[in-house]
Write a protein of this length. Sequence first.
Length: 261
Amino acid sequence: LPKYEFILASRVGEKSNVGMIQLNRPKALNALCNALVSDLTNAVALFDNDSSIGAIVITGSEKAFAAGADIKEMRDLTFSSCISKRLLEELNLLTSCKKPIIAAVNGYALGGGCELAMMCDIIYAGDKAKFGQPEITIGTIPGAGGTQRIARSCGKSKAMEICLTGNQFTAQEAEKMGLVSKIIPADQLVAESIKLGERIASMSPVIVALCKESVNRAFETSLAEGLNFEKRMFYGTFATKDQKEGMTAFIEKRSPNFSNN
Ligand code: CO8
C-alpha cells in the first residue's frame, strides 16, 4: 500500500479483508486539510478496487476522529475561489464507494468530521465520542452534508438545534437520535469495528454492493420508487452464482463459498 502523508492505510482482520484507514494528523486533531482529504479519497478508491477487501473502516485517534475542515486553510477563501476549486467535491467521492464504509468514531467528530462520519455507511462510536456541527460559531454553515444528513436521519428539530447552536452532543445522544448504531468502550472501538467489517466481508461482494445501493436509494427517492428499485435489485441477485451458492449452502447445511460472481 502507498505511503500517505496524513493517513495510515493497512489491510486488517484475520483474513486481511478489511481496509483500515486511520486519519493521522495529530497536531491538528485530524482537521481535514486538502492534502488529508486527497489521501483519504485515494485510499478509499484503492480499497474499493481491491478485490481482496470487503469493507473499509475509517477511524481517527482516541482524542479526535476529526475536528472539522481546516479552519486555517478556509479563512481566506472567497465565494469565487470555492467555485473555481470545486471546494468539498473531492470529499464527496467517498459516497460513490461500492463497499461499505464503517466510521469508528472516538473523541471529537466536529464539523467536517461529523459530516465525514455521516458519509460513511455505519457509525460506531466510542463511549466518549463528541459530535457537533460548530460551523455556525465561526461564521459559516455545514458544507459537506451536515444540514441534509442530520435532517434525514434525526428529523428537523434535532437538525436545526444541532446546526443552529453548534452545541456538541455525546455518543449516547447520537445513539438515541439514530445517528450511530452502537456505542462501544473507547479502547475496544476499533477492534469491534474491524469485526463488523469482517462480518460484512464474509458475504458476497456483489450482493453487498447491491444491498448498499438499495439502502442508499431510500435517501434519494420516494417509497414507491425505492421499493421498485429494491425489487429489481432483489430479482437481480438471482442472476448471480453467489445467490445459488448461498442458498445451496444453506440447504446442504454448510457455510457458503462466495466468489463475487
Ligand atoms: N482546523 C485547523 N486546526 C485545528 C482545528 C481545525 N478545525 N481543530 C483543531 N485544530 C488545531 C488547533 O488549532 C491546535 O493547533 P495549535 O496547537 O497549533 O494551536 C490543535 O489543533 C489542538 O487544538 P486545541 O488546542 O483547540 O485542542 P482542545 O483540546 O483545546 O480543543 C476542540 C479541541 C474543541 C476540538 C477545538 O480544537 C475546536 O473547537 N476545534 C475546531 C472545531 C470546529 O470548529 N470545527 C468546524 C470547522 S468548520 C467545518 O468543518 C466546515 C465543514 C465543511 C466541510 C468540511 C469537509 C472537509
